[in-house]
Design a binder for this molecule. Structure first.
Ligand SMILES: [Zn+2]
Ligand SMILES: [Zn+2]
Length: 407
């Protein structure tokens, strides 16, 4: 493998593919320093067509098997709008630099396998606590808000959750080198991408976790290994048809609303609940808790599934769907630049109304015009230089013109 001096190692396409399935053995994925660790996630997610190819393959197989697509434009775009970033490595390196007790050898297969368990075990508990503590659930429920289950759902991640998960990895930097942790953190994440599909029948473990059927609630938290669910009594096999999403659906594709709505709910419940201890319980007990109920609420209060549940799917005109897809292509194309220019990123992304258009919210068209004009000004100032975006923006404005003339 070629490498820049001290920089990240390059990876062959075959290695990136195998990273997705956690089958890069220690000999191929052990590095002396964090700087040498390849960015497997970014390579698979952005620059390498595997990601797109897998999603296209899932759609094709679903069409052949069931004569229906595995996802919808509105739900898929919403999932992608809630994208991922990690602060875990920064905190890990800080603890390693300041508090490590001893150093396990970075090039030993034993360290490699221990880290596999060391990343997956805390993940189980972090995930479980994210379901059992209301304030953490407020962040994690974003991931569960999709009423579809496909590869796009895997990317539906909470912004707030990034800032809490690192605590669970704290024991490991006391003895495991950051370079080994950085590899497994990525493998653990990548492995959890491809299991999000209905087209492979024996992958029911995480499907059950996303169900809102009473038998699915608070089950199957495991990330890579499912032994943790077996050991701690949260394992459930796929049985009746799984209906995906939240027990009380939010019925929105607005990414900001999906992130903040549950926090507003906790805020209101906190003030409406009498007694100091009860108020604390609203925050730290399960989302189904109420005064006089057990910590995780009453199972009989989980809404029954009758099998006729209809996902939130407001119908909009075909060209509005096209508009949303094109709009999203621009965001994806500009993603790196948007991240680099933080202010513009906030201005643009927080004001993103493609999802609102998809539910035909009144006045969304007017807001969209204002937003696009602001964005166009920023664009003209030279923040973005991509030719593709320039072309796509012109297409956008043509479609927008069609929209304006029809409202
Ligand atoms: Zn979950
Ligand atoms: Zn999930």
């Amino acid at each position: 493998m070629g490498s820049e001096a001290g920089g990240p190692r390059t990876t062959a396409p075959g290695q990136q593919l195998r990273a997705l399935f956690y089958v890069l053995p220690p000999g191929e994925s052990s590095f002396r320093t964090v700087e040498e660790v390849p960015d497997y996630v970014e390579k698979v997610r952005a620059s390498i067509p595997f990601f797109v190819a897998f999603i296209a393959l899932e759609f094709a197989v679903s069409w052949i098997q069931k004569h229906k697509l595995s996802g919808r434009i509105n739900d898929g775009i919403c999932s992608l709008s809630l994208d991922i970033l990690s602060v875990e490595l920064i905190s890990y390196i800080y603890v390693w630099n300041n508090y490590r007790l001893f150093e396990l050898p970075w090039d030993s297969p034993w360290t490699w396998y221990l880290t596999l368990l060391g990343v997956d075990f805390p993940y189980y508990w972090f995930h479980r606590i994210s379901h059992e503590v209301n304030i953490l659930w407020a962040a994690h429920q974003v991931h569960h808000s999709s009423e579809d289950y496909n590869l796009l759902t895997a990317l539906r991640q909470s912004v707030l959750q990034r800032y809490t998960s690192w605590i669970f990895n704290v024991p490991m930097p006391l003895f495991i080198p950051p370079s080994v942790f950085a590899v497994h953190l990525q493998f653990n994440l990548l492995y959890q991408f491809w299991i999000y599909t209905e087209v492979v029948t024996n992958l029911g473990h995480h499907r059950v976790h996303h169900g809102r059927n009473p038998y699915c609630i608070d089950k199957n938290y495991g990330g890579t290994l499912i032994i943790w669910d077996r050991i701690f009594g949260t394992c459930e096999a796929e049985d009746a048809k799984v209906i995906y999403g939240l027990t009380h659906p939010v019925n929105s594709f607005d990414p900001i609303m999906l992130q903040l709505c549950p926090l507003a709910h906790i805020w209101n419940t906190f003030w409406a609940t009498p007694g100091f201890c009860n108020k604390l319980s609203v925050i730290f007990k399960g989302p189904g808790w109420g005064p006089g109920k057990p910590r995780l609420g009453l199972p009989e209060e989980i809404p029954e599934i009758i099998g006729k549940e209809v996902p939130f799917n407001p119908s909009v005109l075909v060209y509005l769907n096209c508009y949303a897809v094109v709009h999203f292509a621009v965001i994806m194309d500009l993603y790196t630049e948007l991240l680099a220019t933080e202010t513009v990123s906030n201005l643009y992304e927080t004001a993103s109304h493609a999802n609102k258009l998809l539910i035909s919210r009144p006045k969304a068209g007017i807001l969209e015009i204002i937003r696009c004009l602001v964005f166009m000004d920023v664009y003209k100032l030279g923040y973005f230089r991509s030719q593709f975006s320039s072309l796509v923006l012109n297409i956008k404005y043509f479609v927008l013109y069609l929209y304006c003339t029809s409202v």
